[in-house]
Design a protein around this ligand. Sequence first.
Ligand SMILES: Nc1ncnc2c1ncn2[C@@H]1O[C@H](COP(=O)(O)OP(=O)(O)OP(=O)(O)O)[C@@H](O)[C@H]1O
Ligand SMILES: [Mg+2]
Length: 257
Amino acid sequence: MLDITPSHTQIAKPKSATQDAQANPFLSCRGLCFSANSNVLIKDISLNFSAHGMSAIMGFNGAGKSLLLRLLHGVIQPDSGTVLWDNTPVTHDNRKRQSMVFQKPVLLRRSVLDNLLFVLKSRGMSDPSIAFSLLEKVRLENVSSRAARLLSGGEQQRLALARGLATKPEILFLDEATSSLDPTSIAIIENILNEECLKGTKIIFASHDIGQIKRLASEVIFINHGRISEQTDAASFFKIPETKIAQTYLEGGLPVI
Ligand SMILES: Nc1ncnc2c1ncn2[C@@H]1O[C@H](COP(=O)(O)OP(=O)(O)OP(=O)(O)O)[C@@H](O)[C@H]1O
Ligand SMILES: [Mg+2]
């Protein structure tokens, strides 16, 4: 029988993830600004992330979560500001030691297996058994020869995660990676994320799933209209957030528009 018992209970969360992030920044950004079509979408964001645990980015639709993740991963460039990883700018080369699972998975028009083999080969890893074990991990081993574009939305998300994990990233960015998944698939993915976290992978994820954030995150970064409202340890955030807008979000209220 499928064991989908969440393994998050085994994880020792740091006492104060946010304090650790400020004292020992692993990834940080300073003064990030990003505009498009004369709209300022990301407004002077400065953050520190510690090397440990999972950091959740929360906020209403359009708040800037996906843009912030893309800026941190370096797939889009800010108008001003910097991102430093271990005190080094993120470049085309060192970005290969990170992965990002995008909100809308971008899959190659090839089979499920080939999607993984392609990524592995690009990193000089040609052993197909790695691809098969990843497919097993995300429970897609039975559809390995199917065209990736024929997968359901949830299956595509699981393949995108397998691809993200294939390169053994030191930082894994996830943008709503479980948004189309059923509870069983969510449990499978969360167990994988817990395992990765225990292995030392830093995970930064955007999600609207409050239960998931409570289960996984050691800290919460709440973003509103392109600005950081707060960065708080998850336990304190869910007890009482520091800002009114985050309280409104947690209470299921609507933002002023
Ligand atoms: N390339 C772009 N050009 C113009 N506007 C953009 C661009 N990318 C994002 N935006 C706008 O920036 C804002 C923030 O977008 P973003 O995708 O980061 O939101 P989000 O917080 O991830 O929302 P969601 O919860 O819906 O995923 C939105 O209003 C979006 O329309
Ligand atoms: Mg988004």
